[in-house]
Design a protein around this ligand. Structure first.
Ligand code: S3P
Length: 450
């Protein structure tokens, strides 16, 4: 069976065609955590000694970070089956790259690298793809300027970022206006090059992978409530890093298995860092059947095996304190909400508008194509759930946003006819092999143009 194609896709475009009627069953090993993979390369490069990474995400985003460090003279072996060996050059050992560092679609690479490069004695330029070149960068360049960094953006405050050399940065105390782990991490990395203690306070808890990994690499991090501080001149010592499976990638299966009929999925060794488990908290509040077993530590990060089975979900008002803890999982959660009994209301999530796409507008547009009723709010969305009834199929444009493409793929489990999803190439940024893994688990997904 195939979707009726009203607008043929452009040649070479990656398209997912997903037929309804599937379910999800069995063990699903999702790839390594993207946030942790980026940081493993960055801190491994700045450390003294060799860092061995296992479970590294071989997706375009983290590979872009790896490529950027190679371009700055760092020897990196791999990845081979998720294994990477980084020959650290020390905090002051990076070399000037010969050309611009192209980080593609990766916001984490651009913002974290911007902080790290602001402290170097050489100039550098960071460029990205069309989506990344539209995303706001003043949120990092403004606080960096207070530290004495000289970073130029376009007049719109976007990339390319031209970073001029500095002798030394000045330590600052910075109150972040928005909850952003990328901004926090950018400033902590810049803080390694500052003359004193740099402290960053966040308005709400965000992912703390940078802090955990700095400690693993022997760099003292001082935390005081919502404030975290590093001292300039700290050195890093190489340490092994085992990357957990990415809860943001597991999220598609958590939602898919919750809304499919007769689903039962086991997701082994998924990261359950408390700053990332908003998706579990929200789905459970909606009535999802998710069991955590075999909880253990994977280096500095907690992991568990997640078992999820079909259930009847109910709509909820999403607690605002969960928003930063689930910030990447909302596209998938919107699909869960569409399948729930009653209304789901999300507010306090304006940050979703400046992700790889405007995730509120693009998800609402795609859901409208399937006949799902929503009301878009400036900082969120209201979704009318259909209490287990199916929606219709159709053609949905992901706008090149990986998480939107994968969310609509799972939406086919609640549809009565095929869904065709356009512009899916960027699924490779975070989840290479998604379509074949999902197909092997029972989703009726076909990938065209790959
Ligand atoms: C990330 C932080 C979040 C998240 C992104 C990864 C990180 O971005 O959306 O996918 O690795 O630090 P913000 O800091 O912009 O919220």
């Amino acid at each position: 069976m195939s979707a009726s194609v009203e607008h043929p896709s452009t040649p070479g475009e990656r398209v997912f065609r997903v037929t309804p009627g599937g379910t999800l069953r069995g063990e699903v090993r999702v790839p390594g955590d993207k946030s942790i993979s980026h940081r493993a390369i960055m801190l491994g490069a700045l450390a003294e000694g060799d860092t061995e990474v296992a479970g590294f995400l071989e997706g375009a985003d983290s590979l872009a970070t790896l490529g950027a460090f190679r371009a700055m003279g760092v020897e990196i072996e791999g990845p081979h089956d998720g294994r990477v060996r980084i020959r650290g050059v020390g905090v002051d050992g990076l070399r000037a790259p010969e050309g611009p560092l192209d980080v593609g679609n990766a916001g984490t690479a651009m913002r974290l690298l911007c902080g790290l490069l602001a402290g170097q004695r050489f100039s550098s330029t960071l460029v990205g793809d069309a989506s990344l070149s539209r995303r706001p960068m003043k949120r990092v360049t403004e606080p960096l300027a207070r530290m004495g960094a000289r970073v130029e953006t376009t007049s719109a405050g976007t990339a390319p970022l031209v970073i001029h050399p500095t002798e030394a940065l000045t330590a600052v105390r910075y109150d972040m206006p928005m909850a952003s782990a990328q901004v926090k991490s950018c400033l902590l990395l810049a803080g390694l090059y500052a003359d004193g203690e740099t402290c960053v306070s966040e308005p709400a808890v965000t992912r703390d992978h940078t802090e955990r990994m700095l400690v693993t690499f022997g760099c003292p991090v001082r935390s005081d409530g919502a404030t975290v501080c590093v001292r300039g001149g700290s050195r890093l010592q190489a340490a092994p890093v085992e990357v957990p499976a990415d809860i943001s990638s597991a999220a598609f299966f958590l939602v898919g298995a919750s809304i499919a009929q007769g689903a039962d999925v086991l997701l082994p060794a998924v990261g359950i860092n408390p700053t990332r488990i908003g998706v579990l908290n929200i789905l459970r509040a909606m009535g999802a059947d998710i069991e955590l077993t075999n909880q253990r530590d994977c280096g500095a990060e907690p992991v568990a095996d997640l078992r999820v089975r079909s259930t009847r979900l109910r709509g909820i008002e999403i607690p605002m304190d969960q928003v930063p803890l689930a910030i990447d999982e909302f596209p998938a959660l919107f699909i869960a909400a569409a399948h729930a009994e009653g209304e789901t209301l999300l507010t306090g999530a304006a940050e979703l508008r400046v992700k790889e796409s405007d995730r509120i507008a693009v998800m609402a547009g795609g859901m409208a194509q399937l006949g799902i009723e929503t009301q878009v709010l400036p900082d969120g969305i209201r979704i009318q759930g259909r209490a287990g009834a199916s929606w219709h199929g159709g053609i949905v444009d992901s706008h090149g946003d990986h998480r939107i493409a994968m969310s609509f793929a799972m939406a086919a489990l609640g549809a009565d006819s095929p869904i065709e999803i356009r512009d899916c190439a960027n699924v490779n940024t975070s989840f290479p092999g998604f379509a074949s893994l999902a197909a092997g688990t029972g989703l009726g997904i076909e990938e065209l143009g790959a």
